[in-house]
Design a protein around this ligand. Structure first.
Ligand code: PTJ
Length: 285
C-alpha cells in the first residue's frame, strides 16, 4: 500500500511539475515578447528604439525588406555622430528643398519600404501641400510589397499613389529598380528621394532631374549627387520639410533666397566636420 501511495504521489508531482513548467515557460516567453516591444519611455534612447520597433513591425508585415533594417542601422550610426538632432545645416537644406519643391512643375515623392513605414503621414501631407505625386519605387521590388505600401500610404491620406503598374524605365539601370511611371518619376522635374540607393539617385540626375535626397550619410553617392541633400534622420527631416513648404508657400521671395543661399558641397562639408568634431569630443570625454 505504501508503495502505491509513494508511486502515485511521484506521478502527481511529475505531472504537476511538467504542467507548471509549461505554464511558466509560456509566461516567460510572453513576458519576453512584451519586454521586446514595450520600450520604457524613460529609456534615454526611447525614440531611436521606437523607430526600430516600427521597422521590425514593417518587416513582419512584409513592407520593409531585411536590407532595409541593415540600411537603417547604417543610418543610426551616422545619426549618432550627428548628435541625433536636426542641425542648422540640415534646416538650411530643408528650406532650399521646400523652395525647389514649390518651384517645380511636376514634383514627385519617391517612397520605399522604410519611408512608408517611418513617415506615411508626412509623405501624404507633403504631397498635398507641394502638389506632388507619390510614387512607390522599390529597390527590392515585388508586386505584393508595392500593393501593401500603396494601401498603407492611402490609409494615411495619400492620393493617387503611383507605382503598381510601371510603364517606363529609368535609363542606365538594369534591374527592377529601374521601373517607374510615365506620369510620375519618368516625367518629373523634381524628385524627392528619401533613403535612396546611390545608383538610382545617380540615374535620376543623369536624366536631367533635380533631386532632393534625405540621407544621414553625407559621404554617400546619393548625398553627393543630389541637387539638395538633407542630412537628417528621415522622421525629423520630413516634418521639417512639411513646415518649410507651409512657411514658404506664400513667400516666393523668401523661397528664392533660401535656394540661392544653399550650397550643397559646403553644406555637406560642414556636416562632416560636425560629425568628426562630435567623434573627437566623445573620445576625449
Ligand atoms: O524598400 P526598398 O526595396 O526600396 O529598399 C530600401 C533600401 C533602404 C534597403 C534601399 O534603398 C537601400 O539599399 O538603400 P541604401 O543603398 O542602403 O541607402 C540607404 C541610405 O539611407 C544610407 O546611406 C543610410 O545611411 C541612409 N539611411 C538609413 N536610414 C535612414 C537613413 N537616412 C535618413 N534617415 C534614416 N532613418
Amino acid at each position: 500500500m505504501m508503495l502505491y501511495i509513494s508511486l502515485f504521489s511521484r506521478y502527481l508531482r511529475v505531472k504537476l511539475l511538467s504542467g507548471w513548467d509549461t505554464v511558466s515557460e509560456n509566461r516567460i516567453r510572453s513576458m519576453l515578447d512584451a519586454a521586446m516591444t514595450a520600450i520604457p519611455k524613460t529609456h534615454p534612447r526611447y525614440e531611436s528604439l521606437v523607430l526600430r520597433e516600427r521597422l521590425v513591425e514593417g518587416f513582419r508585415q512584409g513592407i520593409v525588406v531585411p536590407q532595409g533594417l541593415i540600411a537603417h542601422g547604417r543610418g543610426e550610426m551616422f545619426d549618432y555622430l550627428l548628435g541625433e538632432r536636426t542641425t542648422k545645416e540640415s534646416r538650411a537644406a530643408s528650406r532650399a528643398a521646400a523652395a525647389l519643391l514649390l518651384q517645380a512643375k511636376h514634383p514627385v515623392i519617391s517612397v520605399n519600404g522604410n519611408v512608408a513605414v517611418l513617415c506615411p503621414d508626412d509623405v501624404a501631407r507633403l504631397s498635398i501641400l507641394a502638389r506632388a505625386r507619390v510614387e512607390i519605387g522599390l529597390f527590392h521590388r515585388t508586386d505584393e510589397r508595392v500593393s501593401k505600401i500603396q494601401k498603407l500610404l492611402q490609409e494615411h491620406g495619400a492620393r493617387d499613389v503611383l507605382g503598381f503598374l510601371p510603364d517606363a524605365a529609368i535609363p542606365g539601370l538594369d534591374h527592377m529598380r529601374s521601373l517607374c511611371s510615365k506620369d510620375g518619376v519618368y516625367s518629373a522635374d523634381v524628385v524627392l528621394v528619401p533613403l535612396e540607393d546611390g545608383d538610382r539617385a545617380e540615374a535620376l540626375v543623369n536624366m536631367g532631374k533635380k533631386t532632393i535626397a534625405v540621407d544621414l550619410n553625407p559621404m554617400s553617392r546619393t548625398a553627393r549627387n543630389a541637387t539638395i541633400t538633407i542630412v537628417d534622420e528621415v522622421t525629423r527631416a520630413m516634418p521639417e520639410l512639411v513646415r518649410n513648404v507651409e512657411d514658404l508657400a506664400d513667400d516666393p521671395k523668401a523661397a528664392r533666397l533660401a535656394l540661392s543661399k544653399y550650397d550643397r558641397d559646403e553644406n555637406l562639408e560642414k556636416i562632416a566636420e560636425k560629425m568628426s568634431d562630435n567623434l573627437e569630443n566623445f573620445l576625449e570625454r
